[in-house]
Write a protein that binds this ligand. Sequence first.
Ligand code: F7E
Length: 325
Amino acid sequence: MTKKAFITGITGQDGSYLTELLLAQGYEVHGAVRRTSTLERSRLAHLYADPAVYNQRLFLHYADLDDPTTLRRVLIKIGPRELYHLAGQSHVGLSFEIPETTCEFTAMGTLRLLEILRDLPEPPRFFHATSSEIFGKPEQSPQTEHTPMAPINPYGCAKAFATQLVRVYRASYGLFAVNGILYNHESPRRGENFVTRKICRAAATIKAGRQDKLKLGDISAQRDWGHARDYVRGMWLALQHPTSDDYIFATGKLHSVQDVLEQAFAAVDMDWRDHVETDPGLMRPAEPLQLVGDASKARSVLRWTPQATFAELIREMTLSELQSQ
Ligand code: F7E
């Protein structure tokens, strides 16, 4: 029988890579899309345009995290075996501007899904894409699945709430529910307001002579950056394991925003120092400290290892931007 998967956030970076992986594995893939008049589906455009795939093995449904009745109806109709919950307001800086919307979708949206699963006679295996932002200012570095949560922004708080609820529903109702604690993961499909894409895009546009300056916030900020394609493979592996648990997905290596600048501008033979300006408006009220993950558990239990290096990732992103100039 064909395996069916359902994805919230299918039009996002991770949703598009996961869709490709699942289709390659022979799955029938269903995704929830928001009811908006402009349909932002560019990351799925190549699949959408393929008559052998769209509406044959890939199906999109109007459903949203603030509309549980519709979600329930769609899930009952499809009967997926696996559910990947990737949707939510995922921009940390923006979460300071729109904290209620962030909590509504990221925290309450997850609770609503868990409540639906709890009622289903045969609930699907559930993957929750949570975030290193739950650790905020962590007591230990690198972090493990046992590091206490200490979020320092509205997004991290919403993710911490949802992460703990996944644990509660797993323990209390026996749901097969996984928290994937994902560190920053990027690709040419990353949203344009995240720092790696912003930098790689600017490097290519400056190279093409259509931009001169790039405004950034704190370039000393450090993150553990991996490739999104590696991380969606981890999501899938976590749902194939016989039991459900929490897993860190990370490279274990810290780099600064300045390292991203160096790699991206080197890929186009330029010096970033000639083009970068600091904009105090892009500084965040609070910055996490030393968010770097220890993925030993995913490595030993799931046999997951990230393939792409930081240098390969930033180069791939910058060259992809050059091509679209
Ligand atoms: O910022 C600094 C900024 O917005 C990275 C999301 O996927 O990963 C992501 O959250 C760093 C921060 O990602 C600019 O202050 C400097 O220190 O690319 P970002 P993020 O906040 O780490 C986690 C794991 C998630 O879960 C999130 O959903 O870069 N930074 N200057 C800047 N950041 C941005 N966006 N723009 C700047 O101009």
